[in-house]
Each structure stands twice: as structure tokens, then as C-alpha cells.
Design a binder for this molecule. Structure first.
Ligand code: SF4
Length: 291
């Protein structure tokens, strides 16, 4: 996106004007990089965080509107600080020098052009991870060829009704499916080093929501049918925050029984991947947004 161009980076396709001063699209973001946190992150999947952590860059804003967003302070309230592509390049260099295993771009979609500018200034020798909601345009993913090594997309819903109700995206299922296919086409087979640290490929994530095991099992069915050789990270760390606090279905953590039901189903489908201790379901695990 050139300066002042109409933005169509994500499936919202707002064609909204985004300048350095304002953004008139669904995400409301202007055309400057805004970050909430840049730090080593220890709580990603074992091949991503491994021993030294993942060098996470948390971007402000989002193209979805999840009413339960675990990072709502940055996605909805847009906490953060503006930095230039040059500063982002310097921060990436510093993260790399700290010994992290990769650079992990979290919620990067509205910033992809500016991120590419940063990576043109400095491309680290460790893998670049694109960590997103899965709600992506194929054209945007294709334009990232040569910049990204690992994709970590969510697959949140197996029902568009639910996707609309909870995230305001009525075309989520088919959109995420096409986007993940494009990510797999680009990243190819998963590769790991001798210590099991990921070098390239795709891991698909799914956050289990309370009272919605059927949704989760539907997501696993879609993954099994479409991406059978990709590992799935089944996340159980949901906590009811933001608009989910007090919500009749989403207003509690998931139970051990719910999580077991979904993990058992994943095993039955013979899907490889990662599960979590439910003790990670605590607001203490939500980082400080203090960049
Ligand atoms: S990134 Fe923002 S402005 Fe661009 S299409 Fe998506 S929601 Fe609209």
C-alpha cells in the first residue's frame, strides 16, 4: 500500500483511506506502525518458544472484533507506541542479538507493507513468524513470499454464524481455509532443527471456548479434511475478559471436561500437535503492554 492508498489488505476490503494521520477503515488504523510490546515470549508452542523464547512484536489493532479478545487492550483499545519501519528493523536486530529463536509478528495484517519495508532494511537470519487470526486475504499472503518462514494462523470457527456473532466476520470459515491453504503453499513442509526448533512451515492454532466444544470439533474436522499433515495447537488458556466477562456462554473459563473432550477428539482424528495445561488459563499470562 503506497502512502494514502485505499486499503484492501484484509478480507474486510474497506478500500479506506489510510494516511499517516488517520485511518477510515474497519480497523481504524492509520498508516503508521503501532506496537504494544517487543520482547522475548516464552509461552508459544515448544518449537516456537523453545529454550530462549520467541522474539514477539505485538502490533496494535485488529481486523476482527472478537468479543472475548484476550489481548483486547491492544486490539480494541489500540494501546501502543508509533515507530518507523527503521526503528522496527532496529528492534528486530536487537531481538535477534538477544538469542531468541525467531521473530514473531503478532496481529501483523494491517501493517504488512510497513513490515516489508522494515525487513527490507534488516532481514534477520532467524525465521520470521506470521502470527495471525487466520482471517487473511490470499493476495496479502502471496505478497509476503520471501519474507515469512513460519505461519501460525488461528482457525477459530467452524460456523460462520458463530464467527459473525463473536468476531463480526460472517465469511470466516471459507476465508480462513483459503488463507491457510495459501500459507501452506508458500511455506511448504514443516522443518525443524536438531533441537526441535521450527525453521519453516505452518502450525494451526485453535482456542477452545467455553460451551462450544462442537465448534472446536468442527474446526478439527475441517483441518483433518483440508490440512491433514499440519500440527494443531489446541489452546485452553481462555479467560473471560472484555465483553465476555458476564456473557451467558463465554463468561467462564473452559472446564477440564470440555478440554478433554476436544483433545480426545483430536487424538481420535489422529491429528498431531500440542495441548496445554489448563493452569495457563489465567490473566497473569496476558503480557504487559508496556512498549
Ligand atoms: S486492514 Fe483495516 S483498513 Fe485495511 S481492509 Fe482491513 S480493516 Fe480495512
Amino acid at each position: 500500500m503506497a502512502r494514502n492508498m485505499k486499503c484492501d489488505l484484509c478480507p474486510r476490503k474497506c478500500f479506506a483511506e489510510r494516511t499517516e494521520d488517520y485511518g477510515k477503515g474497519f480497523c481504524g488504523l492509520n498508516d503508521k506502525i503501532k506496537v504494544a510490546r517487543i520482547a522475548a515470549h516464552m509461552w508459544e508452542e515448544p518449537p516456537i518458544s523453545a529454550e530462549n523464547g520467541s522474539g514477539a512484536v505485538f502490533f496494535s489493532g485488529c481486523t476482527l472484533r472478537c468479543i472475548y479478545c484476550q489481548n483486547y487492550e491492544i486490539s480494541e483499545k489500540k494501546k501502543g507506541k508509533y515507530i518507523s519501519p527503521k526503528t522496527l528493523a532496529e528492534e528486530i536486530k536487537k531481538l535477534e542479538a538477544s538469542g531468541v529463536h525467531n521473530i514473531n509478528l503478532v496481529s501483523p495484517t494491517p501493517y504488512v507493507n510497513l513490515i516489508k519495508q522494515a525487513l527490507d532494511i534488516y532481514k534477520p537470519s532467524i525465521p520470521i513468524v506470521y502470527n495471525s487470526s487466520g482471517y487473511e486475504r490470499v493476495s496479502t499472503i502471496e505478497a509476503l513470499k520471501g519474507y515469512i518462514d513460519i505461519y501460525l494462523p488461528d482457525f477459530k470457527y467452524s460456523s460462520d454464524e458463530l464467527a459473525y456473532e463473536y468476531s463480526g466476520a460472517k465469511d470466516y470459515v471459507v476465508t480462513a481455509k483459503k488463507a491457510i491453504r495459501a500459507m501452506i503453499n508458500q511455506a511448504g513442509d514443516n522443518e525443524y532443527d536438531n533441537n526441535g526448533v521450527m525453521k519453516k512451515g505452518v502450525i494451526i492454532r485453535h482456542l477452545v471456548l467455553p460451551n462450544h466444544t462442537k465448534n472446536s470439533m468442527g474446526v478439527l474436522d475441517i483441518i483433518k479434511e483440508n490440512f491433514p499433515d499440519k500440527p494443531v495447537s489446541l489452546m485452553g488458556q481462555y479467560v473471560p475478559v472484555y465483553k465476555a466477562a458476564g456473557h451467558k456462554k463465554l463468561g467462564r473459563k473452559i472446564t477440564t471436561r470440555e478440554y478433554k473432550k476436544v483433545t480426545d477428539y483430536m487424538i481420535r482424528l489422529e491429528i498431531d500437535g500440542f495441548t496445554q495445561e489448563l493452569s495457563s488459563a489465567d490473566e497473569d499470562f496476558i503480557p504487559d503492554w508496556n512498549y
